[in-house]
Design a protein around this ligand. Sequence first.
Ligand code: ZN
Length: 301
Amino acid sequence: MSRSRNANRLAKRLCRQTTLKQSTASRLAKQVRVYLGSPVPDASASHQRRLEAHITHVLADGFQDRQLNGALFGVREVRATAQHLELVLESAMADEVVHELLPRFDEHYGGIRGVAGLRVQLSSRAIVLGDALSSARIAVTRTDGQAWRLPTARDGETLLGDTRGLSPEERLEADEWAESIPSFADVPLRDLLLSRLLRRPALVNRAAEPHGFANCYTHHSGDLVIEWCCGDTVEALCATLLAHGFIDGVPPSDAVELASPQSILLGGDIVILRRHSTCLYGRSPFGVQEINEYIREGYES
Ligand SMILES: [Zn+2]
């Protein structure tokens, strides 16, 4: 299908799915930079979406601006169906991703880090990480195909994954995620959108393309910010997500808000896209190469 026909169809869809004016919908639709060949399926079960959303949230907070080789959340590609999700992890980040995900008590932090209730269920070429409280699980493999080293406790940490059951503290953490305490987020919508982010690395990684990393962070359990500078404009990245079903099923009043020329809110304020108008790194005393080297050393220390 021609580019202009794609743009016209998307503009019409955005008019139905959002409260954007027709002129704004048309402007966004013309900025889509990439069309994936096939639609990306959602996880069909609510507990699966909840686990995938929790994983995305923990990885965003854990890595912030410490991704390598353009892999936001450490994910290079996915194999996704309604019943299954396999994350193919960037090999330079893979061990660190699994360490971030597995729950542990961190003395320095004074609480539990990682995805409460997550357990290693099977370990071979792929690790299966499953929720002890439901049948939700994901598989993780790595781009280099190398064997996994399961994480060991670091200074001040006690790993919680060795036991099948959950301690009362870990269960409380899991319950708080399930209810999105202390935010006021619409939990099913949060789970759907953060799960959709994890399932679309070919799209979200565009934010990390120019410098090999972008900044991800959260304010509370009900949101996630992706912040970058060069490359796609905020409208171009947003339009690319919208073209790939990102707001399907979201109430039009909450779907998309162009909050400022630099920031767009999706799903109310659950997913926040923010792009700086000038480069954050071009004039820094350290070039992008040096910053990447610094990030890499951090993983190995
Ligand atoms: Zn830049």
